[in-house]
Ligand binder design. Structure first.
Ligand SMILES: Nc1ncnc2c1ncn2[C@@H]1O[C@H](COP(=O)(O)OP(=O)(O)OP(=O)(O)O)[C@@H](O)[C@H]1O
Length: 376
Protein backbone atom coordinates (compact mmCIF):
# COMPACT_ATOMS: atom_id res chain seq x y z
CA UNK A 1 0.00 0.00 0.00
CA UNK A 2 1.11 3.58 -0.64
CA UNK A 3 0.39 5.80 2.32
CA UNK A 4 0.54 9.56 1.86
CA UNK A 5 0.77 10.86 5.39
CA UNK A 6 0.03 14.53 5.98
CA UNK A 7 2.14 15.64 3.03
CA UNK A 8 2.65 19.28 2.12
CA UNK A 9 4.53 20.65 -0.88
CA UNK A 10 5.55 24.27 -0.82
CA UNK A 11 7.49 25.32 -3.93
CA UNK A 12 10.41 27.74 -3.46
CA UNK A 13 8.26 30.68 -4.64
CA UNK A 14 5.88 30.02 -1.74
CA UNK A 15 3.12 28.28 -3.74
CA UNK A 16 1.45 25.64 -1.62
CA UNK A 17 0.67 22.99 -4.23
CA UNK A 18 -0.36 20.27 -1.76
CA UNK A 19 -1.59 20.97 1.73
CA UNK A 20 -1.44 18.30 4.45
CA UNK A 21 -2.71 15.57 2.19
CA UNK A 22 -3.33 12.12 3.64
CA UNK A 23 -4.39 9.20 1.45
CA UNK A 24 -4.15 5.43 1.76
CA UNK A 25 -3.77 4.05 -1.75
CA UNK A 26 -4.74 0.39 -1.77
CA UNK A 27 -2.72 -2.30 -3.55
CA UNK A 28 -3.79 -3.75 -6.88
CA UNK A 29 -6.48 -1.21 -7.62
CA UNK A 30 -6.86 2.07 -9.48
CA UNK A 31 -6.84 5.21 -7.34
CA UNK A 32 -7.73 8.37 -9.23
CA UNK A 33 -6.69 11.89 -8.26
CA UNK A 34 -9.15 14.32 -9.80
CA UNK A 35 -9.78 18.03 -9.46
CA UNK A 36 -9.60 21.35 -11.26
CA UNK A 37 -6.43 22.67 -12.85
CA UNK A 38 -3.73 23.61 -10.37
CA UNK A 39 -5.10 21.64 -7.43
CA UNK A 40 -1.87 19.67 -6.95
CA UNK A 41 -2.58 16.38 -8.75
CA UNK A 42 0.69 16.21 -10.69
CA UNK A 43 2.69 17.37 -7.69
CA UNK A 44 1.15 14.59 -5.59
CA UNK A 45 1.89 11.97 -8.23
CA UNK A 46 5.48 13.15 -8.57
CA UNK A 47 6.01 13.05 -4.84
CA UNK A 48 5.20 9.32 -4.97
CA UNK A 49 8.19 8.61 -7.23
CA UNK A 50 10.21 11.45 -5.70
CA UNK A 51 10.49 13.54 -8.82
CA UNK A 52 9.26 16.15 -6.34
CA UNK A 53 10.26 15.96 -2.68
CA UNK A 54 7.62 16.76 -0.04
CA UNK A 55 8.26 19.78 2.16
CA UNK A 56 6.54 18.11 5.09
CA UNK A 57 5.01 14.73 5.80
CA UNK A 58 5.92 11.22 4.72
CA UNK A 59 5.12 8.83 1.92
CA UNK A 60 5.23 5.21 3.00
CA UNK A 61 5.51 2.25 0.65
CA UNK A 62 4.41 -0.95 2.33
CA UNK A 63 5.01 0.76 5.64
CA UNK A 64 8.51 2.02 4.84
CA UNK A 65 9.44 5.67 4.34
CA UNK A 66 10.02 6.10 0.59
CA UNK A 67 13.16 8.16 1.34
CA UNK A 68 14.86 5.12 2.80
CA UNK A 69 15.48 3.46 -0.56
CA UNK A 70 17.68 4.84 -3.33
CA UNK A 71 15.64 6.92 -5.74
CA UNK A 72 16.66 4.73 -8.72
CA UNK A 73 15.36 1.59 -7.00
CA UNK A 74 12.16 3.40 -6.13
CA UNK A 75 11.57 4.61 -9.71
CA UNK A 76 12.21 1.16 -11.14
CA UNK A 77 9.30 -0.12 -9.11
CA UNK A 78 7.05 2.54 -10.60
CA UNK A 79 6.12 2.82 -14.26
CA UNK A 80 5.31 6.38 -15.29
CA UNK A 81 2.97 7.37 -18.12
CA UNK A 82 2.36 10.98 -19.16
CA UNK A 83 0.14 12.87 -21.57
CA UNK A 84 1.30 12.57 -25.20
CA UNK A 85 3.23 9.47 -24.10
CA UNK A 86 6.63 11.25 -24.02
CA UNK A 87 8.23 8.72 -26.35
CA UNK A 88 11.81 8.92 -27.58
CA UNK A 89 11.29 10.22 -31.11
CA UNK A 90 14.52 8.80 -32.53
CA UNK A 91 13.83 5.26 -31.32
CA UNK A 92 11.55 2.70 -32.91
CA UNK A 93 8.44 1.57 -31.06
CA UNK A 94 9.99 -1.72 -30.04
CA UNK A 95 13.09 0.05 -28.72
CA UNK A 96 10.99 2.61 -26.87
CA UNK A 97 9.20 -0.18 -25.05
CA UNK A 98 12.45 -2.04 -24.39
CA UNK A 99 14.11 1.04 -22.83
CA UNK A 100 13.85 0.10 -19.16
CA UNK A 101 14.67 -3.61 -19.59
CA UNK A 102 17.77 -2.57 -21.56
CA UNK A 103 18.71 -0.13 -18.78
CA UNK A 104 18.34 -3.01 -16.36
CA UNK A 105 20.87 -4.96 -18.41
CA UNK A 106 18.60 -7.35 -20.27
CA UNK A 107 20.02 -8.68 -23.56
CA UNK A 108 18.71 -7.04 -26.72
CA UNK A 109 16.83 -10.12 -27.86
CA UNK A 110 15.09 -10.72 -24.54
CA UNK A 111 14.15 -7.04 -24.22
CA UNK A 112 12.67 -7.04 -27.72
CA UNK A 113 10.72 -10.21 -27.05
CA UNK A 114 9.32 -8.61 -23.94
CA UNK A 115 8.43 -5.50 -25.99
CA UNK A 116 6.61 -7.62 -28.56
CA UNK A 117 4.65 -9.36 -25.83
CA UNK A 118 3.65 -6.00 -24.35
CA UNK A 119 2.61 -4.61 -27.73
CA UNK A 120 0.13 -7.44 -27.95
CA UNK A 121 -1.05 -6.86 -24.40
CA UNK A 122 -1.84 -3.19 -25.03
CA UNK A 123 -3.53 -3.92 -28.36
CA UNK A 124 -0.83 -2.76 -30.79
CA UNK A 125 -0.34 -4.52 -34.09
CA UNK A 126 3.13 -6.18 -34.30
CA UNK A 127 3.62 -4.52 -37.70
CA UNK A 128 4.10 -1.19 -35.88
CA UNK A 129 7.22 -2.40 -34.04
CA UNK A 130 9.73 -0.93 -36.47
CA UNK A 131 8.01 2.41 -36.89
CA UNK A 132 8.98 5.65 -35.18
CA UNK A 133 6.61 7.48 -32.84
CA UNK A 134 5.72 10.17 -35.41
CA UNK A 135 4.36 7.39 -37.66
CA UNK A 136 1.73 6.43 -35.08
CA UNK A 137 -1.61 8.01 -34.15
CA UNK A 138 -1.98 9.72 -30.78
CA UNK A 139 -3.92 6.78 -29.39
CA UNK A 140 -1.32 4.29 -30.59
CA UNK A 141 1.46 6.39 -29.05
CA UNK A 142 -0.41 6.40 -25.78
CA UNK A 143 -0.57 2.60 -25.88
CA UNK A 144 3.19 2.52 -26.46
CA UNK A 145 3.57 4.76 -23.40
CA UNK A 146 1.62 2.25 -21.31
CA UNK A 147 3.60 -0.69 -22.72
CA UNK A 148 6.88 1.08 -21.98
CA UNK A 149 5.82 1.75 -18.39
CA UNK A 150 4.90 -1.92 -17.95
CA UNK A 151 8.08 -3.28 -19.53
CA UNK A 152 9.99 -4.12 -16.37
CA UNK A 153 6.80 -5.32 -14.68
CA UNK A 154 6.76 -2.71 -11.89
CA UNK A 155 4.15 -3.23 -9.17
CA UNK A 156 3.09 0.44 -9.37
CA UNK A 157 1.97 2.52 -12.35
CA UNK A 158 1.76 6.30 -12.08
CA UNK A 159 -0.32 7.81 -14.86
CA UNK A 160 -0.58 11.58 -15.36
CA UNK A 161 -3.48 12.53 -17.64
CA UNK A 162 -2.39 9.76 -20.00
CA UNK A 163 -5.49 9.87 -22.21
CA UNK A 164 -6.24 13.60 -22.23
CA UNK A 165 -4.83 14.39 -25.65
CA UNK A 166 -6.88 11.93 -27.70
CA UNK A 167 -10.42 12.13 -29.05
CA UNK A 168 -13.34 10.71 -27.02
CA UNK A 169 -13.67 7.47 -29.01
CA UNK A 170 -9.97 6.60 -28.81
CA UNK A 171 -10.02 7.64 -25.20
CA UNK A 172 -12.83 5.24 -24.36
CA UNK A 173 -10.85 2.45 -26.07
CA UNK A 174 -7.76 3.28 -24.01
CA UNK A 175 -9.78 3.36 -20.78
CA UNK A 176 -11.35 -0.03 -21.52
CA UNK A 177 -7.91 -1.40 -22.35
CA UNK A 178 -6.50 -0.11 -19.08
CA UNK A 179 -9.31 -1.77 -17.12
CA UNK A 180 -8.66 -5.02 -18.95
CA UNK A 181 -4.90 -4.85 -18.35
CA UNK A 182 -5.55 -4.05 -14.70
CA UNK A 183 -7.82 -7.11 -14.42
CA UNK A 184 -5.04 -9.26 -15.85
CA UNK A 185 -2.02 -7.75 -14.13
CA UNK A 186 -3.36 -6.35 -10.85
CA UNK A 187 -1.03 -3.34 -10.65
CA UNK A 188 -1.34 -0.56 -8.10
CA UNK A 189 -2.29 2.36 -10.33
CA UNK A 190 -2.41 6.01 -9.36
CA UNK A 191 -4.13 7.92 -12.14
CA UNK A 192 -4.40 11.70 -12.50
CA UNK A 193 -7.19 13.29 -14.52
CA UNK A 194 -9.28 16.44 -14.50
CA UNK A 195 -12.19 14.53 -16.04
CA UNK A 196 -14.67 13.34 -13.45
CA UNK A 197 -16.28 10.82 -15.85
CA UNK A 198 -12.90 9.20 -16.41
CA UNK A 199 -12.35 9.15 -12.63
CA UNK A 200 -15.71 7.48 -12.02
CA UNK A 201 -15.18 4.93 -14.75
CA UNK A 202 -11.65 3.91 -13.79
CA UNK A 203 -11.34 4.50 -10.08
CA UNK A 204 -11.77 1.95 -7.34
CA UNK A 205 -11.15 4.93 -5.10
CA UNK A 206 -11.37 8.58 -6.16
CA UNK A 207 -9.66 11.47 -4.38
CA UNK A 208 -11.24 14.81 -5.26
CA UNK A 209 -8.77 17.64 -4.67
CA UNK A 210 -9.57 21.31 -4.52
CA UNK A 211 -7.43 24.37 -5.14
CA UNK A 212 -4.64 24.76 -2.68
CA UNK A 213 -3.99 21.04 -2.79
CA UNK A 214 -6.52 20.11 -0.16
CA UNK A 215 -8.50 16.89 -0.15
CA UNK A 216 -12.22 17.47 -0.64
CA UNK A 217 -13.32 13.82 -0.53
CA UNK A 218 -11.84 10.35 -0.83
CA UNK A 219 -14.36 7.63 -1.59
CA UNK A 220 -15.38 4.91 -4.04
CA UNK A 221 -17.12 6.47 -7.07
CA UNK A 222 -20.62 5.25 -6.19
CA UNK A 223 -20.33 6.89 -2.79
CA UNK A 224 -19.08 10.16 -4.31
CA UNK A 225 -22.18 10.22 -6.50
CA UNK A 226 -24.58 9.36 -3.70
CA UNK A 227 -22.97 11.36 -0.92
CA UNK A 228 -20.81 14.26 -2.15
CA UNK A 229 -19.07 15.69 0.90
CA UNK A 230 -19.92 19.31 0.14
CA UNK A 231 -21.02 21.83 -2.47
CA UNK A 232 -17.60 21.84 -4.14
CA UNK A 233 -17.67 18.09 -4.79
CA UNK A 234 -21.32 18.27 -5.85
CA UNK A 235 -20.56 21.02 -8.39
CA UNK A 236 -17.53 19.13 -9.62
CA UNK A 237 -19.61 15.99 -10.19
CA UNK A 238 -22.02 17.96 -12.37
CA UNK A 239 -25.77 18.17 -12.71
CA UNK A 240 -26.61 14.60 -13.72
CA UNK A 241 -25.00 12.66 -10.90
CA UNK A 242 -28.29 10.85 -10.18
CA UNK A 243 -28.35 9.41 -13.69
CA UNK A 244 -24.64 8.57 -13.55
CA UNK A 245 -25.13 6.76 -10.27
CA UNK A 246 -27.38 4.31 -12.09
CA UNK A 247 -24.20 2.92 -13.71
CA UNK A 248 -23.50 1.24 -10.38
CA UNK A 249 -26.81 -0.61 -10.22
CA UNK A 250 -27.18 -3.81 -12.25
CA UNK A 251 -30.14 -4.29 -14.56
CA UNK A 252 -30.29 -8.03 -13.83
CA UNK A 253 -33.16 -7.67 -11.35
CA UNK A 254 -35.43 -5.80 -13.79
CA UNK A 255 -38.75 -7.53 -14.23
CA UNK A 256 -38.94 -8.40 -17.91
CA UNK A 257 -42.11 -9.43 -19.67
CA UNK A 258 -42.35 -11.79 -22.61
CA UNK A 259 -46.08 -11.17 -23.04
CA UNK A 260 -45.35 -8.22 -25.30
CA UNK A 261 -43.04 -10.30 -27.50
CA UNK A 262 -44.34 -12.21 -30.50
CA UNK A 263 -42.55 -14.43 -32.95
CA UNK A 264 -43.13 -13.43 -36.56
CA UNK A 265 -45.79 -15.69 -38.06
CA UNK A 266 -46.63 -17.39 -34.73
CA UNK A 267 -50.04 -17.40 -33.03
CA UNK A 268 -50.77 -14.41 -30.77
CA UNK A 269 -50.79 -16.41 -27.47
CA UNK A 270 -50.57 -14.25 -24.33
CA UNK A 271 -49.64 -11.25 -26.48
CA UNK A 272 -53.31 -10.93 -27.45
CA UNK A 273 -54.21 -10.08 -23.87
CA UNK A 274 -51.39 -7.68 -23.04
CA UNK A 275 -52.20 -4.03 -22.44
CA UNK A 276 -49.10 -2.89 -24.35
CA UNK A 277 -49.78 -0.72 -27.39
CA UNK A 278 -46.87 -2.27 -29.28
CA UNK A 279 -45.45 -5.77 -29.44
CA UNK A 280 -41.87 -6.68 -30.19
CA UNK A 281 -41.67 -8.96 -33.20
CA UNK A 282 -38.80 -11.44 -33.37
CA UNK A 283 -37.61 -13.77 -36.11
CA UNK A 284 -37.85 -17.56 -35.79
CA UNK A 285 -34.51 -17.54 -33.96
CA UNK A 286 -35.73 -15.10 -31.31
CA UNK A 287 -33.78 -12.12 -32.59
CA UNK A 288 -35.55 -8.75 -32.55
CA UNK A 289 -37.02 -7.36 -35.77
CA UNK A 290 -38.95 -4.32 -34.54
CA UNK A 291 -42.10 -3.06 -32.87
CA UNK A 292 -45.55 -3.54 -34.40
CA UNK A 293 -48.91 -2.12 -33.32
CA UNK A 294 -50.58 -4.73 -31.08
CA UNK A 295 -53.71 -5.16 -33.21
CA UNK A 296 -51.66 -5.75 -36.35
CA UNK A 297 -49.25 -8.15 -34.66
CA UNK A 298 -51.94 -10.24 -32.99
CA UNK A 299 -53.94 -10.40 -36.22
CA UNK A 300 -50.88 -11.86 -37.91
CA UNK A 301 -50.61 -8.73 -40.06
CA UNK A 302 -46.94 -7.93 -39.51
CA UNK A 303 -45.33 -6.00 -42.33
CA UNK A 304 -41.58 -5.59 -42.18
CA UNK A 305 -41.74 -2.11 -43.72
CA UNK A 306 -44.10 -0.91 -40.99
CA UNK A 307 -42.06 -2.12 -38.02
CA UNK A 308 -40.66 0.58 -35.74
CA UNK A 309 -36.96 0.14 -34.98
CA UNK A 310 -36.26 -1.75 -31.75
CA UNK A 311 -33.26 0.48 -31.05
CA UNK A 312 -30.34 -0.58 -28.96
CA UNK A 313 -30.99 -3.63 -26.77
CA UNK A 314 -29.41 -4.24 -23.35
CA UNK A 315 -28.11 -7.40 -21.71
CA UNK A 316 -29.40 -7.76 -18.15
CA UNK A 317 -26.41 -9.64 -16.73
CA UNK A 318 -23.87 -7.26 -18.21
CA UNK A 319 -25.47 -3.83 -18.42
CA UNK A 320 -26.39 -1.34 -15.71
CA UNK A 321 -29.73 0.28 -14.96
CA UNK A 322 -28.36 3.37 -16.67
CA UNK A 323 -27.97 1.48 -19.94
CA UNK A 324 -31.44 -0.07 -19.61
CA UNK A 325 -32.96 3.36 -18.98
CA UNK A 326 -31.12 4.79 -21.96
CA UNK A 327 -32.45 2.00 -24.19
CA UNK A 328 -36.01 2.70 -23.04
CA UNK A 329 -35.63 6.47 -23.48
CA UNK A 330 -34.32 6.00 -27.01
CA UNK A 331 -36.96 3.43 -27.94
CA UNK A 332 -39.74 4.78 -30.18
CA UNK A 333 -42.30 3.00 -28.00
CA UNK A 334 -40.69 3.70 -24.60
CA UNK A 335 -39.82 0.05 -23.95
CA UNK A 336 -36.32 -1.42 -23.76
CA UNK A 337 -35.47 -4.75 -25.36
CA UNK A 338 -33.45 -7.26 -23.31
CA UNK A 339 -31.28 -9.81 -25.12
CA UNK A 340 -28.96 -12.59 -24.02
CA UNK A 341 -25.30 -12.83 -24.97
CA UNK A 342 -26.29 -14.27 -28.36
CA UNK A 343 -28.63 -11.41 -29.18
CA UNK A 344 -31.84 -13.39 -28.59
CA UNK A 345 -34.71 -11.57 -26.92
CA UNK A 346 -35.27 -12.50 -23.28
CA UNK A 347 -38.06 -9.99 -22.71
CA UNK A 348 -38.97 -6.32 -22.81
CA UNK A 349 -39.42 -3.74 -20.08
CA UNK A 350 -41.23 -0.41 -19.96
CA UNK A 351 -39.86 2.94 -18.83
CA UNK A 352 -42.33 2.79 -15.99
CA UNK A 353 -40.98 -0.53 -14.69
CA UNK A 354 -37.42 0.75 -15.00
CA UNK A 355 -38.49 3.86 -13.07
CA UNK A 356 -39.81 1.68 -10.26
CA UNK A 357 -36.57 -0.32 -10.21
CA UNK A 358 -34.58 2.92 -10.01
CA UNK A 359 -36.63 4.10 -7.04
CA UNK A 360 -36.13 0.73 -5.33
CA UNK A 361 -32.39 0.75 -6.04
CA UNK A 362 -32.01 4.25 -4.60
CA UNK A 363 -33.97 3.33 -1.50
CA UNK A 364 -31.93 0.17 -0.97
CA UNK A 365 -28.72 2.09 -1.67
CA UNK A 366 -29.69 4.58 0.99
CA UNK A 367 -30.55 1.82 3.45
CA UNK A 368 -27.16 0.16 2.85
CA UNK A 369 -25.29 3.38 3.45
CA UNK A 370 -27.28 4.07 6.58
CA UNK A 371 -26.49 0.58 7.82
CA UNK A 372 -22.81 1.14 7.05
CA UNK A 373 -22.98 4.42 8.93
CA UNK A 374 -24.43 2.68 11.99
CA UNK A 375 -21.82 -0.09 11.80
CA UNK A 376 -19.02 2.49 11.85
N1 LIG B 1 7.93 23.99 -10.04
C1 LIG B 1 6.94 24.75 -9.56
N2 LIG B 1 7.22 25.93 -8.97
C2 LIG B 1 6.24 26.72 -8.45
N3 LIG B 1 4.94 26.39 -8.49
C3 LIG B 1 4.60 25.23 -9.08
C4 LIG B 1 5.58 24.37 -9.64
N4 LIG B 1 4.95 23.28 -10.17
C5 LIG B 1 3.63 23.47 -9.93
N5 LIG B 1 3.42 24.63 -9.28
C6 LIG B 1 2.14 25.20 -8.82
O1 LIG B 1 1.57 24.29 -7.90
C7 LIG B 1 0.18 24.20 -8.06
C8 LIG B 1 -0.22 22.76 -8.34
O2 LIG B 1 0.32 22.35 -9.58
P1 LIG B 1 0.10 20.90 -10.19
O3 LIG B 1 0.78 20.85 -11.50
O4 LIG B 1 0.45 19.89 -9.17
O5 LIG B 1 -1.50 20.91 -10.37
P2 LIG B 1 -2.44 19.97 -11.25
O6 LIG B 1 -3.62 19.74 -10.41
O7 LIG B 1 -1.68 18.79 -11.70
O8 LIG B 1 -2.79 20.93 -12.46
P3 LIG B 1 -3.20 20.59 -13.99
O9 LIG B 1 -4.48 19.83 -13.93
O10 LIG B 1 -3.37 21.95 -14.58
O11 LIG B 1 -2.06 19.82 -14.56
C9 LIG B 1 -0.17 25.16 -9.18
O12 LIG B 1 -0.57 26.38 -8.61
C10 LIG B 1 1.12 25.31 -9.93
O13 LIG B 1 1.21 26.57 -10.56
Amino acid sequence: MIRIDSVTKRYPDGTVAVDRLSLDIPDRSITVLVGPSGCGKTTTLRMINRMVEPTEGTILLDGEDSRRQPVTTLRRSMGYVIQNAGLFQHRTIVDNIATVPRMLGWGKQRARERAAELMERVGLDPSLAKRYPYQLSGGQQQRVGVARALAADPPVLLMDEPFSAVDPVVRKGLQDELLRIQDELGKTIVFVTHDIDEAIKLGTMVAVLREGGRLAQYAPPAELLSHPADGFVEDFLGADRGIRRLSFFPSAALELTTDAVIRSGAAAGPAAATGAAHLLVTDADGRPLGWAAREEATAGDVRADRLLPYGRPFTPGADSLRVALDCAVLSPVGWAVAVDGDGRVTGVVSQQTIGEAIRAAHTEGRADTEKAGVAE
